[in-house]
Design a protein around this ligand. Sequence first.
Ligand code: GLU
Length: 286
Amino acid sequence: MRISRMAAVATAAVLALSVAACGDGSDGAGGSGSGDGIVGKAAGGKLVIGVKSDQPGLGLQTGTTYEGFDIEVGKIIAKGLGLDASKIEWKTTVSANREPFIEQGQVDLVIATYTINDDRKKKVAFGGPYYVAGQDLLVKTDSTVTGPEAMEGKKVCSVAGSTPAKRIKEEYPKVGLQEFDSYSKCVQALGTGQVDAVTTDDIILAGYAAQAEYAGKFKVVGKPFSSEPYGIGLKKTDTAGCTKINEILKAAADDGSYKAAWDATLGKGGTPAPTFDATKLTNCPA
Ligand code: GLU
């Protein structure tokens, strides 16, 4: 493992050097390497996918294993690219480093509860959406809070570099925003009473509320106040890769593998798989 990783780094470094010699130094080590984009990965390379490591049901790392809906979506994409699951290297990302990881070539893809929006599209391309979440609040079970307007003067935790943190700053400036680098830290702070609520996507919050260690302690308010379409991030220049991702997602919805990915993860509690809407797929950059 260690040796092969070093060999891969060495290979990538050589590729980066040869690419730089051609006057294009934009590819970093460990990423797309040859600059061919993710479609060229089918020729035998590995696929590095940036995922969350602390979001139950979505992207959760236990030892060296990652599991969750985003992980299953990653396996679908790799398979559609003709790559065996053993060729995937999962790399933990946090909300704030997703665009830099893609831009620097530290990852080939990001599948990490990653909202598609115009700001981010200036830096990266997105395939998808493969799911649409909504911003919500996680509060103590006995709380009577019904929405963000009720949080003025209170402490609400979210994550730096996320759309929920940005929305609180811009639309609810009187809310006392506390930012950490991961939602699990926010949930711990809610448990100790350091903050009054946690805000992010409803599907992420539901995953924490369902954890055995928090049983009966927290609830999701259940009044989403945004639309968060989850995309698969990749290099802005990789139009072929973006188009291919959308094709793979559509095929996965048609052949049942999208539903199977849901059922094996977020759907375990009985929530039926969402209807995949292929008409909403992004226009990949030209
Ligand atoms: N979907 C939102 C975002 O991409 C919140 C979840 C997250 O931070 O991963 O910013």
